[in-house]
Structures are given as C-alpha cells and as structure tokens.
Design a protein around this ligand. Structure first.
Ligand code: DX5
Ligand code: ZN
Length: 221
C-alpha cells in the first residue's frame, strides 16, 4: 500500500515562533515540512528564503523539507536552497526558461525534483520530463495564499496524472496543495494523491495532533 505523507505548510504557522511550530507539528505526526517560497513577482505575496530554511536546520529540524518555489526566475535559488538543507525542490514550469535544465539542476544539487501545475496549467508540461521527476505537485488553489478553498476540478486532474504515473516506469509522488482538510482528504486520496499539503487546516487548530490523527483516520478508510 502507498505510504501517505502529510506535509504541513508552514505558511500558516506563527512565524515569530517558527522553529517551535515546526518541531510541534512534527511531534504531532507530520512527515514532511512544506516550505512555501513566494517572491511578489510570480505570485502576489512575499514569504521566506534559504536563510530561514537553514535556520530550521540549525534549530535541529531533521525531517525532510519540501521547498515549493513560487518564484521567477527559479534557477539561481536552487543551489542556495540545497545548501540550506532542502530535501525536495519543486517549481512552476511557466517560471523557468528551461524546464529540463532546472529539473537537472535540482538533482545535481542533491535534492529531489518536482514540477508544480496550477489549476489551469496543462498536463503537457509533463510530457518529456517524466524521467526527471520525483514529485508532481498539483495545485488545488491558485498559488499565493493559504486558507483558500479546494478547486473541485483538481480531482479529475489528479486521476489523469495518477494514470500517467502508473503508466510510466517511474516512482513519482503525487502531491496536492491547497484547501486540503479532514473532510476532503479521503476523496483526494481516492483520486490518486499520496502526499498532502495542509496549512490552515492544521495550524489554525489548537492541537495539531488531533487534526493529523483525523487526517490519517480518513486516509485509512
Ligand atoms: C499556496 C501554498 C500552499 C498553502 C496551503 O500558494 O502553496 O502551500 O499554504 O494552504 P492551505 O492548506 O491553507 O490551503
Ligand atoms: Zn505550497
């Protein structure tokens, strides 16, 4: 059976106490730290960069850090994030001049690589790079902010991508990001996702373990 991974998006964490927040959410049962990087150019918001990733490593965070780059241009941040301790780096293909080169650059820097498709971005971006992907991330909201509602058409898109992965010889994670909650995570998993980003659903609750346990219960159904 597929191992389901829960990846809290720290965008909804309390940034004034970030190390402690990440520690707490991992102790509550999270698998991966989802690290949203926004540049006020590719998306209309501004967040955190490699220094903060390194600060989390220095604080003692050893779990995988999944860096979701919502930046343009992409390439020059990749070596910096790799040095700062990133484990996975994903980017939006429209933000890269040379998608194949960027994917290779991520792997050459020792990280797992992935493409992120926005709700209206076509699947054709996957056509010639499946062999260079460790992760495909489907956005189920338009990127830029936490706390938005899941866009239902993403479920069909998930099924299509899941089929592509199953038809390929590659071992590729299918990640979903945006509006994931305890009440929809079951149908999202049924559509093919195996890695779930959730920001507001986890960090807006007082007890992270309660939410993560509920998510796992839904995933076990
Ligand atoms: C949106 C980010 C997401 C976001 C998810 O651009 O990529 O990771 O923080 O937040 P929720 O789970 O609140 O939709
Ligand atoms: Zn994200």
């Amino acid at each position: 059976m597929t191992e389901f991974l829960i990846a809290p998006s720290i965008l909804s964490a309390d940034f004034a106490r970030l190390g402690e927040e990440v520690d707490n959410v991992l102790k509550a049962g999270a698998d991966v730290v989802h690290f949203d990087v926004m540049d006020n150019h590719y998306v209309p918001n501004l967040t955190i960069g490699p220094m903060v990733c390194k600060a989390l490593r220095d604080y003692g965070i050893t779990a995988p850090i999944d860096v979701h780059l919502m930046v343009k241009p992409v390439d020059r941040l990749i070596p910096d994030f790799a040095k700062a301790g990133a484990s996975i780096i994903t980017f939006h293909p429209e933000a890269s001049e040379h998608i194949d080169r960027t994917l290779q650059l991520i792997r050459d820097n020792g990280c797992k690589a992935g493409l992120v498709l926005n709700p209206a971005t076509p699947l054709s971006y996957l056509d010639h790079v499946m062999d260079k992907l460790d992760v495909i991330l489907l956005m189920s909201v338009n990127p830029g902010f936490g706390g938005q509602s899941f866009i239902p058409s993403t479920l069909d898109k998930l099924r299509l991508v899941k089929q592509r992965i199953d038809d390929s010889p590659y071992d590729i994670r299918l990640q979903i990001d945006g509006g994931v909650k305890t009440d929809n995570i079951g149908e999202i998993a049924a559509a093919g996702a195996d890695m779930f980003v959730a920001g507001s659903a986890i960090f807006n609750q007082p007890d992270y373990k309660v939410v993560i346990d509920e998510m796992r219960k839904e995933l076990a159904k």
